[in-house]
Design a protein around this ligand. Structure first.
Ligand SMILES: [Zn+2]
Length: 149
């Protein structure tokens, strides 16, 4: 009886991840996850967060045509990597793409200026990323409840 209970408890302490060939992971279950070892718990977390990270890594303007846009996305990538929310291999690919985007910025700027034959086009692109500050207008005072009658 004691041996049976011990075996049952031991199985509950093992990771319940099934590999594609039907085998079970033999690692100890991570104390902070109900089913998986640390490795498989992290894989599960990264899969669950994949959609959210995709939208977090978008740029401010919706394009990657300014250094600020790319810097913003790389900063978000940095945060995702440090919180272990994205696999390092994917992060390395995204960082490399960010580097390529930064390297092509002078060409994008040149083409935009040439196509519009002035600096105004580049300026308007930057204004999409950094809208001019709006003056702060305090809200109008609300009429007192007695004066409404
Ligand atoms: Zn496992």
């Amino acid at each position: 009886m004691t041996l049976k209970r011990s075996v049952h408890r031991d199985l509950a302490d093992l990771c319940q991840f099934h590999f594609s060939d039907g085998r079970l992971c033999r690692m100890l279950r991570w104390e902070h996850h109900p089913q998986y070892c640390l490795v498989h718990a992290r894989q599960e977390q990264q899969l669950l967060e994949a959609d959210r990270i995709g939208s977090e890594l978008s740029s401010l303007s919706g394009d990657f045509k300014t250094a600020t846009d790319i810097n913003h996305a790389l900063g978000r990538l940095w945060t995702a990597v440090t919180h272990n929310r994205i696999p390092p291999r994917n992060a390395a690919v995204l960082a490399y793409i960010g580097q390529l985007l930064l390297q092509t910025l002078p060409g994008v700027k040149h083409e935009i200026n040439r196509a519009h034959n002035n600096f105004q086009a580049w300026e308007s692109l930057l204004r999409r990323v950094f809208p001019p500050p709006q003056p702060h207008i305090p809200p109008a005072p609300r009429p007192a409840a007695d004066s409404a009658k």
